[in-house]
Ligand binder design. Structure first.
Ligand code: PBG
Length: 329
């Protein structure tokens, strides 16, 4: 009771504040998303993601070494697939010599101790921009999961440490786990995008990979039949627990900032590490406001990632990872 307790005493100066600080950010917290493209010497800035790039594999090699020297030890790879290789079956997604599979080898070769996670989803490979096979206006669940499991296997065979299914089809985790086990990949981890919402914050990412759902008759224009309704909270716990039962080693909430209530719910409900994805739209908003001089970029990103960790994130996938690590070193 006041004045026996004056809370400001513990805020008097930075020394005491840092001593009692509850949440600390370190390079170990981060997973760095990386976009890869075909070509040589390519470092393409993504228009809606200022200062974020797509790399050809030769440049990727330099980038991951750079990350490693900054103390960033995990990457999450996404491949931008040429239109000519897209279809409605994920043919290229399971090509053992596809861009993703080659990217894994390049990273492992350049930085053998770097943890390599791969995105497992069909949207960058789909002529329709969906995370599955589309038939009569429906994104097929079981047939899509089957391809995803094969895709995950090719990633494991290329050397991925973790596969990260981002599609939200039902049962794909157990399918994937079984295929990996049956082929001897008993130590390949699965980071499941378990509570992934149908969000308007993914726009810049779809620009980066040219993977947005197409505008065609009889093709759903959004992902609401498989990604979660953002009004729902209980469902996130159900989704997440099912993925753990099916063999997920790490679960994820996505997007980040608007979903911190979900992060805390999940953190309290499960006993596996919880990842949070601070997504492309969250990145773009900060960049745009900072460009206008309306927000202090560095202060805002530190506050945001600290809030994400405080909410319960054990792992943060963030396009700001490199910026943050430079700020705190
Ligand atoms: C698709 C996928 C998306 C993201 C990661 N994997 C977009 C989507 O679901 O449409 C979004 C990441 C971001 O916005 O940064 N499987």
């Amino acid at each position: 009771m006041f004045p026996l307790r004056r809370n400001r005493r513990l805020r008097t100066n930075e020394a005491i504040r840092s001593m009692v600080r509850e949440t600390l950010i370190s390079p170990n917290d981060f997973l760095v998303p990386l976009f890869v493209v075909e070509g040589k010497n390519v470092k393409d800035e993504i228009p809606s993601m200022p200062n974020y790039f797509r790399y050809s594999l030769d440049v990727l090699e330099k980038e991951v070494k750079d990350l490693w020297h900054l103390g960033l030890k995990s990457v999450l790879l996404f491949a931008k697939v040429p239109d000519s290789l897209k279809d409605n079956k994920g043919t290229e997604a399971i090509n053992p010599d596809g861009l993703m599979q080659r990217a894994v080898k390049i990273v492992k070769n350049a930085c053998p101790d770097m943890l390599v996670m791969t995105d497992v989803a069909l949207d960058p490979y789909s002529v329709y921009g969906h995370d599955g096979i589309v038939e009569n206006g429906i994104i097929l669940n079981d047939a899509s999961s089957e391809v995803l499991a094969k895709m995950a296997l090719t990633h494991a065979q290329a050397g991925a440490d973790f596969v990260a299914p981002s599609d939200m089809n039902d049962g794909r985790i157990i399918q994937m786990r079984e295929v990996l086990e049956n082929h001897g990949f008993i130590n390949t981890g699965i980071m499941s995008y378990s509570a992934k919402y149908a969000s308007a914050f993914y726009g810049p990412f779809r620009d980066a990979l040219d993977s947005a759902p197409v505008d065609m008759i009889n093709i759903p224009k959004d992902k609401k039949t498989y990604q979660m309704d953002y009004a729902n909270r209980i469902e996130a716990i159900r989704e997440t627990k099912m993925d753990i039962d099916e063999g997920a080693d790490i679960v994820m909430v996505k997007p980040g900032l608007c979903y911190l209530d979900i992060v805390r719910d999940i953190k309290n409900a499960v006993d596996v590490p919880v990842a949070v994805y601070q997504v492309s739209g969250e990145y773009a908003m900060v960049k745009a406001a900072a460009e206008k001089g309306w927000l202090d970029h560095d202060a805002v990103i530190l506050e945001q990632v600290t809030a994400i960790k405080r909410a319960g994130a054990d792992i943060i996938a963030s396009y700001f990872a490199k910026d943050i690590v430079k700020l705190i070193s």
